[in-house]
Structure formats: C-alpha cells, structure tokens
Design a protein around this ligand. Sequence first.
Ligand SMILES: [Zn+2]
Length: 289
Amino acid sequence: MHFSPSTVQLTTGGKALRLHLLSTGAVAVKTKFREAMGKGLSSTLRFILDRKFTEWLPVWVLVIEHPEGIFLVDTGELAAVNDPAYFKSSGILANWFDTTQFKFEVDREEEVDRQLLAFGIGTKDIRAIILTHLHFDHTDGLRHFPDARFLVARSEWERPFGDLPALYPPHFRPDLLDLDCSWGAFERVAFLTEAKDLALVHTPGHTHGHCSVLLRTDTCHILFAADVCYSEQQLLQEKFSANSASLPAARKTYASIKAFARQYPLVFLPSHDAGSGIRLQQLATLPGI
Ligand SMILES: [Zn+2]
C-alpha cells in the first residue's frame, strides 16, 4: 500500500511556506487497538485477543519549508522494521508485542531520506527535527540524520511510555524543550521560530508527554496531531484508542483541540489518518466543532 505525498504552498507573515506530508510506508493495528473496547486491562486484553487488523494506515511525517529554515516533524518508519530480529534488542516482551500487534509494509524508497531527496531536500538541509513522542514508528528514521538537531519535550523524554531506546541511534541526544508558554486553548507550548508561528504543543494521553506541532499560516492553522487519535472522525465522535498512557488526559486533549478549533480554523492531521493528505491539500478545517 502506497500513500502519495501531499504538498501545499502557503504564506506566513507574507513569506512563502511550503509543506509536504510524506508517508513512510504503511502500518496496520488491531481494530480494538485503534478503537478501545472497555477500559484499562479489559481493553488491553480485548485488543491482544482481537484477530482482526485494520486496513493499511499511513505513517506520515511533515516537512515544513519555513522562512526560518526547514523543519521535519517525526522521522517515520524503516524497511528494516520487517526484519524478524528488529525488535530483539528491546527484550522479550517488546519483541513479542511489536511483532504480533502491528504489521508494516515499508519499502526502502519510502524511508524519509529518499522522499526528502525527491523534493530536493538533503538530510543536512534540515534545521531541526521535532519529535512528537518517542514511539518507534516516529523515531526509527532518526538514523538517517547523524548531524541534525533534535527537539523533544522534556516531559516526554523524562517520562516516556512504550519507547524502545535500544533502537535509538547513538547520535540521538535531543535538546529538551520546556513547554512554558500558552497559545489559545493550549496551555503548554514551546515556540520554535522567531516569528512564533510554529510551536510544540503538549497534547497528552497517548503518552504522558505526547506533543503535537502547531503552525499558523496566513490562511489557517495546521495541527500535526501525531497519535492524539487515529482519525479526524475519532476526535469528532469522542472515541479513544486503547493503550493510552492516560484516558483522562486524552479527553482533556480532545477538549483543548476543539476549543482551539472554535477560535481558529484548524486543519487536523493525525499521523495514521489516511484522510490527512487530502485535508492538507484542500486546507479542510475541522467541521462542526
Ligand atoms: Zn505512538
């Protein structure tokens, strides 16, 4: 399954801004992992026993060609994920979980470095790599960027949930950001540009320190929402996925996103939502909030 990249040309403060949404292969998860049945342990058991996988879903990364430099949000998956020994270094439990609960389809050509090159962007041209959280399908591509600057929320780094540090490349020593500003309904953000039009935003639930990336353009606001949920529909219908670090935090995050979207038209882009590509292209904002 191949998801085509989406590119959109916009402006910020009157200056050109170009965005590319690229899917680094495809993933499938258990249907009851995407949408939880029950709570806590019962929800975990239900998805583990579930024999049905979802359709193929994208693994988006966002490239922001901003007047202040090129930012990459998350690094996506690698073809190596299908190597039977890929997760062995993370221990027996992680190896069992990650080889039985997920399925991947990734070609070498879909890895982030190759797709960036297709847009004339070399891995050394990236000003900073912003990580929403530390799950392997967001961090595996780190190995393509030995010289990059990495930005991670301090709260995610200091209290990770389900990360696999054995898979990090040795050069991964991120700068830790304190989210001590606010932006509209978002109470904990760190601005990433001088223009204060790009920020890392705390959107906890999936992990304790989970973040999204918020961008203001002259047309609309855009939220790369990572794993806040699996689809725009899920947010609108108040449905939650299983295996959250905190369900109350996930509920509060949904409320903050909806409150922000009532203030400012917001294009909402989860990492594993097949609809994110077309919504970015059409700048389709969250409806009926
Ligand atoms: Zn995740």
